[in-house]
Write a protein that binds this ligand. Structure first.
Ligand code: SF4
Length: 454
């Protein structure tokens, strides 16, 4: 999922539209925009749909989404959260003021909080953390400033999340206290923008200011940009999968460029898991930077052995296994003249279920590769993620109950090697902490009812 917000910028909807294009890699199942039209008595306008950003919004839609304030979101779906009703932002009317919310990530205590409201007779329209946050905010009847209701609400939530909240005259950008999810703020003209990733700033001509801090609520309003901490507890445990797979290479996260991180991890991967081969091939697109690093460090030539059809979505975030497998077939081709007769080091960012890797190795062998040595620029994924990255259940993970040799056999490789957790941390030069719970099983939060699914 990806979120974006605009404060005090003309034609906010067009800005959000272009920004959501830049964030499209974070979710391809749906997208939505809500704006606030101050010239028309603070009316909120909303448009959302299923599909890619360019399929959902046309020029007419954007012209009807009037206003200088707005928030937007790209969504991916999983087994439990799908359908048009769950496409964000959610939007609520209330006598104390309208509210629109979009979020990324996942609350580990969602079932407990939802049950609390349901027991009080509240009906939910969606399965989203955003609707839950709206209920928590509106539960606070105290007539003091709204930020206190937001502070209280966020303190009841546990997990990895970012929220963008829009009222008629403010945008609030909130980040979980563990720092698991990325969120950064930029300047655009006389206004401000907030985004899951900094890559969205370039396309709209905004200037990066800083990352929202863990446990912080950053407010954009007539006073400018000002922050408030909802929690004194504060950690910098960024999701390592953001660096490894999820984020775009041109994004900077907490001062670290994603491409540079991946290239460094590729160099370290070679030092830890060398292979004797003729060429290095990266799996497009998220593994190319690590493959370049591996090639540079090893001196083995980097070659474009696989080519991607750019118009097919990412397989990892398709909602069902069948769709993911079909996606692999349609999106990658091996280049026969490059791989034929060659011993290949295939560099990939991660292996989740192993089905994609198995198919890619077969593609390379069918195109004449004589050996395929797989090198993975992340540690063995052995545990599920409960913070919003759909890495599947423990049973589905290739490495949850297999040794390295068994995993190698399963994907049909000649050899298999993974980078160590230590190098995963050290590739983010200067970082001292990072979330690696899906590789180590060491979760930063209480898991509530998810505990038994570990
Ligand atoms: S468990 Fe894995 S995917 Fe989930 S937040 Fe931590 S590093 Fe990211």
């Amino acid at each position: 999922m990806g979120v974006f917000g605009v404060y005090n910028v003309k034609n906010a909807s067009s800005i959000i539209y272009y920004a959501l294009h830049a964030l499209q890699h974070r979710g391809q199942q749906g997208a939505g925009i809500v704006t606030c039209d101050k010239e028309n008595h603070d009316v909120f306008h909303r448009q959302k749909g299923l599909g890619l950003v360019h399929e959902i919004f046309n020029e007419k839609d954007l012209s009807e989404l009037k206003g200088e304030l707005g928030i937007g979101s790209v969504n991916y779906s999983n087994k439990s959260i799908n359908g048009i009703e769950n496409v964000l932002p959610v939007y609520f009317r209330h006598r104390s003021g309208n509210l629109a919310i979009a979020n990324e990530g996942h609350l580990v205590n969602f079932p407990e909080l939802q049950a609390y409201f349901e027991d009080k007779g509240v009906l939910f329209h969606t399965d989203t953390d955003s609707e839950l946050l709206a209920q928590l905010i509106k539960k606070d009847n105290n007539p003091r400033a709204r930020i206190y209701a937001i502070i209280n609400a966020l303190n009841m939530m546990e997990g990895g999340f970012t929220f963008v909240i829009m009222t008629k005259n403010r945008i609030y950008a909130c980040r979980d206290k563990y720092g698991l999810k990325p969120l950064c703020v930029g300047k655009l003209g006389d206004g401000y923008v907030v985004s899951s990733e900094s890559c969205a700033f370039d396309i709209i001509g905004a200037t990066y200011i800083r990352d929202v801090e863990p446990g912080e609520i950053l407010v954009m309003d007539h006073k400018g940009l000002h922050g408030e901490f909802y929690s004194q507890f504060k950690r910098h445990n960024m999701c390592s999968m953001e660096f490894i797979y999820y984020a775009r290479p041109d994004s900077d996260i907490e001062g670290c460029n994603v491409h540079s991180y991946r290239k460094e991890s590729g160099r370290r991967l070679y030092r830890e898991c060398p292979a004797d081969a003729d060429i290095v091939v990266g799996v497009p697109d998220s593994s190319l930077s690590a493959a370049m690093g591996y090639a540079e460090e090893s001196g083995i030539p980097y070659e474009m052995g696989l080519i991607k059809n750019k118009y097919i979505g990412r397989t990892f975030i398709e909602p069902t296994q069948e769709m993911r497998e079909q996606g692999v077939k349609m999106k990658l081709s091996a280049i026969h003249s490059i791989v034929n007769g060659k011993r290949i080091v295939l560099v990939d960012d991660s292996i989740v279920r192993g089905t994609t890797c198995l198919k890619i190795i077969k593609l390379l062998r069918d195109a004449g590769a004589t050996e395929v040595h797989v090198r993975i620029a992340s540690p063995m994924m052995t545990h599920p993620c409960f913070y919003g990255v759909d890495t599947s259940t423990e049973e589905e993970l290739l490495c949850s109950h297999r040794t390295l040799d068994e995993a190698c056999q399963c994907i049909g490789a000649d050899s298999l090697g993974y980078i160590s957790p230590q190098s995963t941390l050290e590739s983010g030069l200067g970082r001292s902490q990072i979330c690696m719970a899906c590789f180590t099983g060491e979760y930063f939060t209480t898991l509530y009812s998810h505990e038994k699914k570990k």
